[in-house]
Design a protein around this ligand. Structure first.
Ligand code: TMP
Ligand code: ASP
Length: 240
Protein backbone atom coordinates (compact mmCIF):
# COMPACT_ATOMS: atom_id res chain seq x y z
CA UNK A 1 0.00 0.00 0.00
CA UNK A 2 1.67 3.18 -1.20
CA UNK A 3 1.58 6.30 1.03
CA UNK A 4 0.86 9.35 -1.11
CA UNK A 5 0.08 13.01 -0.37
CA UNK A 6 -1.05 14.39 2.97
CA UNK A 7 -4.82 14.95 2.96
CA UNK A 8 -5.40 16.32 6.44
CA UNK A 9 -3.35 17.17 9.51
CA UNK A 10 -5.26 16.99 12.79
CA UNK A 11 -4.00 17.72 16.28
CA UNK A 12 -2.61 14.24 16.91
CA UNK A 13 -2.92 12.34 13.62
CA UNK A 14 -2.18 12.95 9.95
CA UNK A 15 -4.17 11.36 7.13
CA UNK A 16 -2.48 10.37 3.86
CA UNK A 17 -3.89 9.27 0.53
CA UNK A 18 -3.01 5.87 -0.91
CA UNK A 19 -3.10 4.47 -4.44
CA UNK A 20 -6.74 3.44 -3.72
CA UNK A 21 -9.13 6.43 -3.34
CA UNK A 22 -11.35 4.40 -1.00
CA UNK A 23 -8.50 3.84 1.50
CA UNK A 24 -6.37 6.27 3.51
CA UNK A 25 -3.53 5.94 6.00
CA UNK A 26 -3.98 7.28 9.53
CA UNK A 27 -0.60 8.23 11.01
CA UNK A 28 -0.41 8.58 14.81
CA UNK A 29 2.01 11.35 15.85
CA UNK A 30 3.46 11.99 19.33
CA UNK A 31 1.64 15.34 19.43
CA UNK A 32 -0.83 15.70 22.26
CA UNK A 33 -3.33 18.51 22.51
CA UNK A 34 -6.04 19.55 24.91
CA UNK A 35 -8.41 22.44 25.51
CA UNK A 36 -9.14 22.92 21.80
CA UNK A 37 -5.51 22.90 20.79
CA UNK A 38 -4.36 25.54 23.30
CA UNK A 39 -2.26 23.10 25.37
CA UNK A 40 0.14 21.02 23.28
CA UNK A 41 3.14 18.77 23.87
CA UNK A 42 5.14 16.00 22.27
CA UNK A 43 5.00 12.81 24.33
CA UNK A 44 7.55 10.18 23.25
CA UNK A 45 6.03 6.81 22.23
CA UNK A 46 2.51 8.25 22.16
CA UNK A 47 1.99 7.61 18.44
CA UNK A 48 2.96 3.96 18.49
CA UNK A 49 1.15 3.33 21.79
CA UNK A 50 -2.13 4.80 20.55
CA UNK A 51 -1.82 3.08 17.17
CA UNK A 52 -1.62 -0.29 18.94
CA UNK A 53 -4.36 0.39 21.49
CA UNK A 54 -6.64 1.65 18.71
CA UNK A 55 -6.01 -1.45 16.57
CA UNK A 56 -6.81 -3.75 19.49
CA UNK A 57 -10.04 -1.93 20.38
CA UNK A 58 -11.21 -1.61 16.75
CA UNK A 59 -10.58 -5.36 16.39
CA UNK A 60 -12.74 -6.11 19.44
CA UNK A 61 -15.52 -3.83 18.16
CA UNK A 62 -15.35 -5.47 14.74
CA UNK A 63 -15.63 -8.93 16.32
CA UNK A 64 -18.71 -7.69 18.17
CA UNK A 65 -20.35 -6.73 14.87
CA UNK A 66 -19.76 -2.97 15.00
CA UNK A 67 -18.72 -1.71 11.56
CA UNK A 68 -15.59 0.46 11.68
CA UNK A 69 -13.22 2.07 9.18
CA UNK A 70 -10.30 -0.07 10.43
CA UNK A 71 -8.60 -2.24 7.79
CA UNK A 72 -5.16 -3.20 9.16
CA UNK A 73 -2.07 -1.88 10.93
CA UNK A 74 0.73 -1.11 8.46
CA UNK A 75 3.60 -0.33 10.85
CA UNK A 76 4.33 1.15 14.29
CA UNK A 77 2.47 4.41 13.63
CA UNK A 78 0.38 3.84 10.49
CA UNK A 79 -3.00 2.17 10.13
CA UNK A 80 -4.89 1.62 6.89
CA UNK A 81 -8.55 2.67 7.12
CA UNK A 82 -11.48 3.17 4.76
CA UNK A 83 -11.82 6.80 3.67
CA UNK A 84 -14.89 8.32 5.32
CA UNK A 85 -16.91 11.49 4.87
CA UNK A 86 -17.24 12.43 8.54
CA UNK A 87 -20.32 13.79 10.27
CA UNK A 88 -19.10 16.88 12.19
CA UNK A 89 -20.41 15.83 15.59
CA UNK A 90 -18.83 14.04 18.53
CA UNK A 91 -20.84 11.34 20.26
CA UNK A 92 -20.18 10.99 23.99
CA UNK A 93 -21.46 8.33 26.35
CA UNK A 94 -20.91 8.73 30.08
CA UNK A 95 -21.14 5.97 32.68
CA UNK A 96 -19.82 8.12 35.54
CA UNK A 97 -20.09 11.90 35.82
CA UNK A 98 -16.81 13.71 35.01
CA UNK A 99 -15.28 16.48 32.93
CA UNK A 100 -17.59 18.96 31.24
CA UNK A 101 -20.74 17.31 32.57
CA UNK A 102 -19.56 17.68 36.17
CA UNK A 103 -18.77 21.34 35.53
CA UNK A 104 -21.95 22.14 33.54
CA UNK A 105 -24.40 20.77 36.11
CA UNK A 106 -22.34 21.26 39.30
CA UNK A 107 -22.19 17.53 40.04
CA UNK A 108 -19.14 15.97 41.72
CA UNK A 109 -16.75 14.06 39.45
CA UNK A 110 -17.11 10.37 40.18
CA UNK A 111 -20.88 10.47 40.75
CA UNK A 112 -22.25 7.22 39.29
CA UNK A 113 -25.03 7.51 36.70
CA UNK A 114 -28.05 5.20 36.93
CA UNK A 115 -27.89 4.68 33.14
CA UNK A 116 -25.36 5.71 30.48
CA UNK A 117 -25.96 9.31 29.37
CA UNK A 118 -25.56 10.19 25.68
CA UNK A 119 -24.47 13.68 24.53
CA UNK A 120 -23.75 15.24 21.13
CA UNK A 121 -21.14 17.99 20.64
CA UNK A 122 -20.63 20.04 17.49
CA UNK A 123 -17.05 19.53 16.31
CA UNK A 124 -15.50 23.01 16.29
CA UNK A 125 -12.39 24.03 18.21
CA UNK A 126 -13.17 27.70 17.47
CA UNK A 127 -16.53 27.31 19.27
CA UNK A 128 -15.10 24.96 21.97
CA UNK A 129 -17.17 21.97 20.79
CA UNK A 130 -20.58 23.18 22.03
CA UNK A 131 -23.19 20.74 23.33
CA UNK A 132 -25.97 20.33 20.74
CA UNK A 133 -29.21 18.35 20.53
CA UNK A 134 -30.88 16.25 17.83
CA UNK A 135 -32.77 19.27 16.47
CA UNK A 136 -29.60 21.34 16.02
CA UNK A 137 -27.96 18.48 14.15
CA UNK A 138 -30.96 17.69 11.93
CA UNK A 139 -32.21 21.21 11.25
CA UNK A 140 -28.74 22.71 10.69
CA UNK A 141 -28.11 19.86 8.24
CA UNK A 142 -25.16 18.07 9.89
CA UNK A 143 -26.96 14.69 9.89
CA UNK A 144 -30.39 13.19 9.19
CA UNK A 145 -32.78 11.80 11.79
CA UNK A 146 -31.82 8.31 10.63
CA UNK A 147 -28.10 9.03 11.03
CA UNK A 148 -28.72 10.52 14.49
CA UNK A 149 -30.46 7.27 15.45
CA UNK A 150 -27.58 5.19 14.08
CA UNK A 151 -24.98 7.26 15.94
CA UNK A 152 -26.80 6.87 19.26
CA UNK A 153 -27.36 3.14 18.83
CA UNK A 154 -23.75 2.49 17.75
CA UNK A 155 -22.25 4.60 20.55
CA UNK A 156 -24.31 2.71 23.16
CA UNK A 157 -23.38 -0.61 21.53
CA UNK A 158 -19.69 0.28 21.88
CA UNK A 159 -20.33 0.75 25.61
CA UNK A 160 -21.81 -2.73 25.85
CA UNK A 161 -18.58 -4.15 24.38
CA UNK A 162 -15.97 -1.92 26.03
CA UNK A 163 -17.34 -1.44 29.54
CA UNK A 164 -16.97 -5.16 30.34
CA UNK A 165 -13.63 -5.35 28.48
CA UNK A 166 -12.15 -2.59 30.67
CA UNK A 167 -13.94 -3.84 33.77
CA UNK A 168 -12.23 -7.24 33.43
CA UNK A 169 -8.92 -5.31 33.52
CA UNK A 170 -9.95 -3.51 36.72
CA UNK A 171 -10.62 -0.27 34.85
CA UNK A 172 -13.77 1.89 34.92
CA UNK A 173 -14.78 3.23 31.49
CA UNK A 174 -15.98 6.62 32.73
CA UNK A 175 -16.82 8.22 29.37
CA UNK A 176 -15.68 8.28 25.75
CA UNK A 177 -16.08 10.14 22.47
CA UNK A 178 -16.76 8.58 19.07
CA UNK A 179 -17.04 9.98 15.54
CA UNK A 180 -18.84 8.43 12.58
CA UNK A 181 -18.92 8.79 8.82
CA UNK A 182 -19.94 7.21 5.53
CA UNK A 183 -17.43 5.33 3.40
CA UNK A 184 -16.49 7.39 0.33
CA UNK A 185 -17.12 4.31 -1.80
CA UNK A 186 -20.50 3.62 -0.14
CA UNK A 187 -22.04 7.04 0.62
CA UNK A 188 -25.57 5.62 1.02
CA UNK A 189 -24.46 2.75 3.25
CA UNK A 190 -24.66 2.40 7.02
CA UNK A 191 -22.50 4.65 9.18
CA UNK A 192 -19.05 3.39 10.13
CA UNK A 193 -17.12 4.17 13.30
CA UNK A 194 -14.16 6.36 12.31
CA UNK A 195 -11.34 8.26 14.01
CA UNK A 196 -9.83 6.32 16.94
CA UNK A 197 -10.48 4.77 20.32
CA UNK A 198 -7.49 5.47 22.59
CA UNK A 199 -6.92 6.95 26.07
CA UNK A 200 -6.85 10.36 24.30
CA UNK A 201 -10.62 10.25 23.74
CA UNK A 202 -11.97 8.54 26.85
CA UNK A 203 -11.67 8.54 30.61
CA UNK A 204 -10.32 5.42 32.28
CA UNK A 205 -10.00 5.15 36.05
CA UNK A 206 -8.38 2.34 37.99
CA UNK A 207 -11.35 0.68 39.68
CA UNK A 208 -9.60 0.12 43.02
CA UNK A 209 -7.75 3.44 43.40
CA UNK A 210 -9.67 5.74 41.01
CA UNK A 211 -6.32 6.77 39.56
CA UNK A 212 -6.63 8.40 36.12
CA UNK A 213 -5.14 6.40 33.24
CA UNK A 214 -6.18 8.68 30.33
CA UNK A 215 -5.59 12.12 28.79
CA UNK A 216 -6.71 13.87 31.96
CA UNK A 217 -3.15 13.09 33.14
CA UNK A 218 -1.99 15.53 30.44
CA UNK A 219 -4.84 18.04 30.87
CA UNK A 220 -4.29 18.20 34.64
CA UNK A 221 -0.47 17.86 34.66
CA UNK A 222 -0.48 14.58 36.58
CA UNK A 223 2.62 13.21 34.82
CA UNK A 224 3.59 9.83 33.32
CA UNK A 225 0.90 10.12 30.64
CA UNK A 226 2.22 7.51 28.23
CA UNK A 227 3.37 5.19 31.04
CA UNK A 228 -0.28 4.94 32.10
CA UNK A 229 -1.53 4.53 28.51
CA UNK A 230 0.87 1.59 28.21
CA UNK A 231 -0.36 0.19 31.51
CA UNK A 232 -3.90 0.29 30.08
CA UNK A 233 -2.66 -1.60 27.01
CA UNK A 234 -1.02 -4.28 29.15
CA UNK A 235 -4.04 -4.68 31.39
CA UNK A 236 -6.52 -5.13 28.53
CA UNK A 237 -4.13 -7.42 26.63
CA UNK A 238 -3.32 -5.11 23.71
CA UNK A 239 0.10 -6.08 22.35
CA UNK A 240 2.62 -3.22 22.45
P1 TMP B 1 -15.91 16.20 28.26
O1 TMP B 1 -16.13 15.77 29.67
O2 TMP B 1 -14.79 17.19 28.09
O3 TMP B 1 -17.18 16.66 27.59
O4 TMP B 1 -15.44 14.92 27.45
C1 TMP B 1 -16.16 13.70 27.51
C2 TMP B 1 -15.30 12.61 26.92
O5 TMP B 1 -15.14 12.81 25.52
C3 TMP B 1 -13.89 12.55 27.49
O6 TMP B 1 -13.49 11.20 27.58
C4 TMP B 1 -13.04 13.26 26.45
C5 TMP B 1 -13.79 13.02 25.18
N1 TMP B 1 -13.71 14.15 24.24
C6 TMP B 1 -12.70 14.20 23.31
O7 TMP B 1 -11.88 13.28 23.24
N2 TMP B 1 -12.64 15.25 22.46
C7 TMP B 1 -13.52 16.26 22.50
O8 TMP B 1 -13.40 17.21 21.70
C8 TMP B 1 -14.59 16.21 23.47
C9 TMP B 1 -15.62 17.30 23.56
C10 TMP B 1 -14.63 15.15 24.32
N1 ASP C 1 -11.21 19.10 21.80
C1 ASP C 1 -10.22 19.02 22.85
C2 ASP C 1 -8.84 19.18 22.23
O1 ASP C 1 -8.52 20.26 21.81
C3 ASP C 1 -10.35 17.75 23.57
C4 ASP C 1 -9.53 17.73 24.82
O2 ASP C 1 -9.49 18.69 25.57
O3 ASP C 1 -8.95 16.69 25.02
O4 ASP C 1 -8.05 18.28 22.13
Amino acid sequence: MEKRQQLYRGKAKTVYATDDPALVIMHFRDDTSAFDGTKVAQLPQKGETNNKINAFIMGKLGEAGIATHFVRVLNERDTLVRALKMIPVECVVRNICAGSMAKRYGIAEGTPLAEPIFEFFYKSDALHDPLVNDDHIRILGWASADEIGQMKALTHKVNAVLQPLFSRAGIDLVDYKLEFGHALDDPQGALLLGDEFTPDGCRLWDHATQEKLDKDRFRRDLGDVIGRYREVARRIGAPL
